[in-house]
Ligand binder design. Structure first.
Ligand SMILES: NC(=O)c1ccc[n+]([C@@H]2O[C@H](COP(=O)([O-])OP(=O)(O)OC[C@H]3O[C@@H](n4cnc5c(N)ncnc54)[C@H](OP(=O)(O)O)[C@@H]3O)[C@@H](O)[C@H]2O)c1
Length: 266
């Protein structure tokens, strides 16, 4: 049975990166409905302000917004300074912001890949390192890291992206064990194809996005997994089956099959 997370963070603060769209936006809605106060961050401040006004009016919670570009190395410490300045104790850190870049490795701009590694990996570690010490001190706190089923295998034409998500998954599962004895829970949420702006941002063809789940469903699976004390959770039975099957097959075979599916049309 799924864990009931609805009141787990009631009256406490959650910080969500990438709250302006997709999975992050749905996580904000679910947490707000459970009475969680929110710090929302992303680059598109207009969207965050609109969402903040809606959620605080509907649920009577406090919502703070902070514009930050996580491709900038100083952004995590700016977010930290913002919450420190407001005397906000973050009980739940959601590292959700991320993006992909589809195509041949020699054609994707090098700067874009560097930004992707900064946003998807380095910022995740930086923010976690900033917020976890207070959680350890208090003896409680939660961290949700949005990885991907792409992190379980090589994904040709999405190679650097898949590697960033493998990083997120392995990082989350590792610190989940390190921090368990301090009362801090960490869970990696691994979605498969999900209907968000991701596909458009990554410039992926439609055909690689079959049987996509809704962002609302994926967000719920992540919060349930975290509340249940799981160190990782895969959204969707098909995705669970796929990752289980991949483990049994030779890795090179899995990569070759994925290449067939992902290859850009010439
Ligand atoms: N959709 C999928 O199929 C799928 C599958 C597996 C995993 N995921 C993961 O799910 C997470 C959320 O993605 P999504 O599907 O919800 O995509 P999305 O709709 O494109 O949302 C991405 C969010 O990340 C933020 N973001 C992107 N670059 C940023 C930057 N440089 N600085 C700060 N924020 C930034 C965006 O905000 P701004 O643009 O306003 O900054 C937006 O709020 C990502 O980590 C992604 O890897 C997605």
């Amino acid at each position: 049975m799924a864990a009931d997370f609805s009141k787990r963070w009631a009256g406490k603060w959650a910080l969500i990166t990438g709250a302006s769209a997709g999975i992050g936006l749905e996580l904000a809605k679910l947490l707000a409905a459970g009475g969680t106060n929110l710090v929302l961050t992303a680059r598109r401040i207009d969207r965050l302000q609109k969402l903040a006004a809606e959620l605080s009016a509907r649920h009577g919670i406090r919502v703070e917004v902070f514009a930050a570009d996580l491709a900038q190395t100083l952004a995590p410490s700016e977010i930290w300074n913002f919450t420190q300045g407001k005397k906000i104790d973050v009980e739940l850190l959601v590292n959700n912001a991320g993006f992909g870049a589809f195509g041949y490795i020699h054609e994707i701009p090098a700067a874009k890949m560097a930004e992707m590694i900064q946003v998807n990996c380095a910022a995740v570690v930086q923010l976690t390192r900033l917020y976890v010490p207070a959680m350890v001190e208090r003896g409680h706190g939660d961290v949700l890291i949005v990885a991907s089923v792409a992190g379980f295998q090589a994904v040709p034409f999405n190679s650097a992206y898949a590697a960033t998500k493998a990083f997120d998954l392995i990082f989350a599962e590792g610190i989940a064990e390190e921090l368990r004895e301090f009362g801090v829970r960490v869970c990696a949420l691994c979605p498969g194809s999900t209907n968000t702006e991701f596909q458009e941002v990554a410039r992926q063809p439609d055909r690689v996005f079959r049987s996509a789940e809704t962002a609302g469903k994926v967000a719920r699976v992540g919060l349930e997994g975290l509340a249940a004390g799981k160190s990782s959770v895969i959204s969707g039975a098909k995705n669970q089956l796929m990752t289980a099957g991949e483990r049994l097959a030779p890795r090179a075979f899995v990569a070759r099959m994925a290449a067939k599916m992902m290859r850009p049309e010439s």
